[in-house]
Design a protein around this ligand. Structure first.
Ligand code: NAP
Length: 267
């Protein structure tokens, strides 16, 4: 068997590749021999990573500087995903956490968080999906969070964007899997990256934190198994099956034509 060369493997476009989870994905896909397109705002940092990965792994690494909350920048990345037929894998990873509680969010904070975590992620998936469907192959990986399952944590806005990411991934899987496109939602819990510091939280005050290398290793094991939902910190996998089963059970008790007895007017 011959090892596929970087020219035969699909190129991987990774958003938020300048640090944390995205930077580790970049390293891992370069190790696997994929050419890369790295996207983030911090161009000098992306350039340093690109030079390191191309030299170490003999792959081609392009850098695309973009603030994904800004329309012209987002449009530039969409165009690249639409037009560059070498790109076969999208790692939709760029994201930010919430600083403060819901009552402290300004309209601008709300706009930026939803803009990056949901709008940009969705538009990038929408930009690449038609081409992948036409090719009958390719992958879209969306980075969600277990916070999207846990309104109790009080990170309401952030959690809501991550619940969106999970639903979007499940829906895309329904629509695209039969057309040859693999979709994965990855749900990390607290992972040691800069996201905490950026949100004004000292990561060392958290009781438990996963190492970012361990997180991406686990996410890629789920990727290689073609899992739809990969939750690296979930130790009892049956919990996810039970939750999904309960959801489907609830749907089987939805009767569209008539309100439930408890909502019928009393005689
Ligand atoms: P991180 O180290 O802060 O990385 C975030 C990445 O997104 C950086 O490369 C950053 O680069 C980029 N980014 C931020 N704002 C951007 C913007 N407006 N436009 C373009 N790129 C932008 O955090 P991380 O933990 O690796 O986060 C990656 C993903 O994992 C996020 O979606 C996050 O919600 C999710 N996640 C993280 C954790 C955790 O505990 N770390 C847990 C669950 C889920 P620039 O600053 O150079 O733009």
């Amino acid at each position: 068997m011959t090892t596929p060369s970087a020219t035969t493997l699909p190129t991987v476009l990774i958003t938020g590749a300048s640090s944390g989870i995205g930077a580790v994905y970049a390293e891992r896909f370069a190790q696997r021999g994929h050419n890369l397109v790295l996207v983030a705002r911090d161009k000098p940092r992306l350039d340093v990573l690109a030079a390191k990965l191309s030299e170490r792994h003999q792959v081609a690494v392009d850098v695309l500087q973009a603030d994904l909350t800004q329309q012209p920048d987002l449009a530039q990345v969409e165009a690249r995903l639409r037009d560059d037929s070498r790109i076969g894998i999208l790692i939709n990873n760029a994201g930010m956490a919430q600083t403060g509680h819901f009552l402290q969010q300004s309209p601008q904070d709300i706009e930026r968080l939803i803009g990056l975590n949901t709008t940009a992620l969705t538009r990038l998936a929408a930009a690449i999906a038609p081409r992948l469907v036409q090719a009958g192959t390719g992958s879209i990986v969306n980075i969600g969070s277990v916070v999207g399952l846990a309104p109790e944590l009080g990170m309401t806005l952030y959690g809501a964007t991550k619940a969106f990411v999970l639903f979007l991934s499940q829906g895309l899987n329904v629509e695209l899997a039969a057309k040859g496109v693999y979709v994965q939602a990855v749900l990390p819990a607290a992972t040691r990256t800069e996201i905490w510091q950026r949100a004004g939280i000292d990561v060392n005050t958290l009781p438990e934190v996963m190492d970012v290398d361990e997180l991406v290793t686990a996410a890629l094991i789920g990727y290689d198994r073609r899992e739809l939902v990969t939750i690296p910190p979930l130790h009892v996998t049956e919990r996810w099956a039970a939750l999904d089963g309960a959801r489907q059970g609830l749907l089987s008790d939805i009767r569209q034509a008539r309100a439930a007895d408890r909502y019928q007017p009393q005689a």
